[in-house]
Design a protein around this ligand. Structure first.
Ligand SMILES: CC(C)(COP(=O)(O)OP(=O)(O)OC[C@H]1O[C@@H](n2cnc3c(N)ncnc32)[C@H](O)[C@@H]1OP(=O)(O)O)[C@@H](O)C(=O)NCCC(=O)NCCS
Length: 215
């Protein structure tokens, strides 16, 4: 049996976190289903956690290799501000330098994303009650070994120690294992809205969901 463990994130884990982030971004499968070049997504989505708030990220290891992670943020308003002031300018600079490749799949996805924004399909949360948030992913080969649960326990204990009042996360009805995990950890569904883009893709209704936990 491999040696499974949970520990705090180290800067040397960045590559592994980005790899797993890309390999699981399509409802647990690789992002290339809807985006040709994963680097734009990873730079825009995960670099905040690894580069600007690494102290709230946790990794799961098997025989010391990283096989899962939980990226956390204790104050979503700070996250949103730094996304605007640091991450977006950095990604825009990379875009101008031609670092990213956007093909037909990415364009189709971005149109869907914009449509969802205009149609108010994305969930809302009260950040006074639930200031913290998280993202969690475990490599497909290492799911079902309680690593997700242990990552969550480590982060929730950290948030309680910091006296953070509440934590939320965004997911979808398609992330069945994740929704079960959140409910098992005591999260309750705060908001749910139909997502037309993924519903059309999969041919059945899909909901965007927001779960929250008061600590
Ligand atoms: C969600 C995820 C992180 C769970 O991690 P995991 O290490 O496989 O989960 P664990 O082994 O810790 O399981 C803990 C609980 O989660 C739920 N769960 C885990 N896998 C499940 C599955 N396949 N079906 C239903 N529930 C499941 C169960 O409640 C389980 O507790 P139990 O075994 O006592 O019933 C992992 O499945 C994953 O990375 N999925 C793909 C990416 C994703 O959806 N991330 C979340 C995006 S919002």
């Amino acid at each position: 049996m491999p040696d499974l463990a949970i520990r705090s994130y180290l800067p040397t884990d960045r590559k592994a976190v980005f790899r797993i982030g890309g390999d699981t971004a399509f409802f647990g499968a690789p992002i290339e289903a809807y985006m040709e070049d994963r680097t734009a997504f990873l730079d825009a989505f995960y670099a905040y956690y690894t580069d600007l708030e690494p102290e709230h990220t946790w990794v799961a290891t098997a025989d010391r290799g990283v096989v899962g992670f939980l990226t956390g943020c204790v104050d979503t308003r700070v996250h949103d501000r730094k996304i605007r002031r640091v991450i977006i300018p950095r990604v825009a600079g990379n875009l101008l330098r031609g670092k990213y490749h956007f093909g037909k799949r990415s364009m189709h996805y971005f149109r869907g994303l914009l449509g969802g924004l205009f149609q108010k399909e994305f969930t809302q949360v009260d950040l006074e009650i639930y200031p913290a948030h998280l993202h969690i992913n475990v490599e497909a080969a290492w799911r079902g070994h309680k690593l997700g649960q242990r990552l969550m326990e480590a982060y929730l204990a950290q948030l309680r120690e910091l006296r953070v009042p509440g934590v939320f996360l965004d997911t979808t009805s398609l992330n069945v294992a994740a929704c079960r995990l959140y409910e098992k950890m005591g999260f309750r569904l705060l908001d749910s809205r139909p997502d037309r883009f993924w519903a059309k893709w999969f041919g059945h209704p899909v909901d965007n969901r927001c779960y929250g936990l008061m600590l």
